[in-house]
Design a binder for this molecule. Structure first.
Ligand code: SAH
Length: 441
């Protein structure tokens, strides 16, 4: 990891978020908080028509419509991140976060033989802040990456956010692609001269040697919710409340529904959330990595198959009843990492989940903080750096609720160092940066 200290430029880039903002990993919501008002949003109208014509809908269908409906979806037409939005994420808090992830990708690229080319693929890039910090590290370490042919591929459903990403990452105006047959809907060149393309679906990204990144992406994918009853598992559905006009409510399906097939036979919880879309994406990533190599780094709040009711909403940095004013608030559910691991179906090896605090410490956050503090003499910037560090690392803030999880080819764990360690009595440290203690070379 000595490369990190060498990424010396101790410069502070844009001043980041104010720390009164809310991060989404924080609270649980039963969805039953009293709501002062229940405005009839266009999305509520759309959903009530739908329910009236075809009956109650699953929570997954509700989440999908509310978040990504191409006309009215919450993610499609707004910038919800940051101080003026609904929630804040780690890359928006501190530049160090993205810098360390940039180091992780370079470290994996080096460890796997410095391929002549790689694609960096990000799922749900938000404002492009994280990628901007990663690309700055790539520029600072241009001598290490020299002759490597890098391209950037963003998977994003939001028109508004893709425009913001283009502004963050490129210098010139990025034009919409006119070729109707192409899955690429925008194309450009980053500030450092790397080609960048936008897609709506991971399936459309070329199947080349790639590093994949998903930060706070899996938690917005639709979940099905189930409850165990004396008659077996029953799915939680969303219906119109017959007592109150324009109000939605949760009901239980009267009989088994098809999504029940996603529940494990040996499931011991009595309430579960399952996210089949996450399973499909993990299967696709695993298949790609097993064939072409590369790795996937997934960071999110979540659990290892232990939590029950985590579906919740956020609006204006406050917890929000998921059924009130749909389309105006973010909806999310904790990621079940045990499900992601299972969905990789043994095609690749998985690492983690490990706590954000541990991962960032293993990646050298303390060293990086010191470099930046040493180089900045402005008290407000120093304070911002320290506050950002505390927010990311403090176990009572984001340090413990957020996790890192990686998919890597099986061969990656059977390298020379690993075999040597297997002969020793000490447990062998992970050969993959971040997932084992930091060692200085
Ligand atoms: N990674 C960013 C943003 C997280 S918010 C950060 O950490 O700051 C979730 C992101 O995923 C947004 O960019 C949203 O538009 C995008 N998104 C949501 N559902 C999606 C889907 N089904 N496919 C692709 N992108 C999606």
């Amino acid at each position: 990891m000595s490369v990190l200290a060498a990424a010396g430029a101790g410069r502070l880039y844009a001043v980041r978020a104010v720390f009164t903002c809310l991060w989404r990993g924080k609270y649980f919501s039963s969805g039953n908080e009293p709501a002062e008002n229940n405005p009839v949003t266009p999305m509520l109208r759309h959903l009530t028509y739908k329910i009236k014509s075809t009956g109650p809908i699953t929570v997954a269908e509700y989440m999908k419509e509310v978040l990504t409906n191409p006309a009215k979806g919450y993610y499609v037409n707004r910038d919800m991140l940051g101080e003026k939005g609904d929630f804040i994420t780690s890359p928006e808090i501190s530049q160090i976060f993205g810098e360390l992830l940039g180091i992780w990708f370079i470290s994996e690229w080096i460890a796997t033989g410095k391929n002549a080319a790689f694609q960096l693929v990000e799922l749900g890039p938000g404002r492009g802040t994280l990628l901007g910090d990663i690309l700055r590290v790539f520029s600072q370490l241009a001598s290490v990456l020299k002759n490597c042919d890098i391209s950037i591929h963003l998977v994003e459903v939001s028109q508004k956010l893709s425009e913001i990403q283009a502004l963050t990452l490129t210098e010139e105006k990025v034009l919409l692609e006119r070729n109707a047959g192409s899955p690429v809907y925008m194309k450009g060149v980053t500030k450092s001269g790397i080609p960048i393309s936008w897609y709506r679906d991971l399936q459309d990204v070329p199947k080349e040697y790639s590093f994949y990144l998903a930060h706070e992406f899996f938690d917005v994918l639709p979940v099905h919710k189930f409850q165990k009853t004396p008659h077996g598992w029953r799915e939680v559905l969303i219906d119109i409340d017959p007592q109150v006009s324009d109000k939605l409510r949760f009901v239980l399906a009267p009989c088994a529904t098809p999504a029940e097939a996603f529940i494990q036979c040996d499931e011991t919880r009595d309430h579960v959330e399952v996210c089949p879309d996450a399973g499909v994406i993990i299967q696709e990533l695993s298949q790609r990595i097993s064939v072409t190599g590369g790795a996937a780094l997934i960071a999110d709040y979540g659990h290892d198959g232990t939590k029950t009711d985590t579906f919740r909403g956020f609006c204006g940095h406050r917890l929000h009843d998921v059924l009130i004013a749909p389309g105006t608030a973010d909806l999310t559910a904790d990621v079940d990492f045990s499900y992601l691991r299972r969905m990789s179906q043994g095609k690749v090896a998985s690492l983690g989940p490990i706590k954000q605090q541990t991962f960032l410490r293993n990646m050298g956050i303390d060293v990086r903080l010191k470099v930046l503090l040493d180089k900045s003499d402005e008290p407000s910037l120093r304070q911002q750096l320290l506050q950002g560090y505390d927010m990311l690392m403090n176990p009572t803030k984001m340090g413990e609720r957020f996790n890192f999880f990686a998919l890597i080819p099986h061969q990656r764990l059977h390298g020379r160092n690993h075999q040597m360690n297997a002969c020793q009595s000490k447990p062998s440290p992970s050969p993959v940066a971040g997932f084992g203690e930091l060692t200085w070379r």
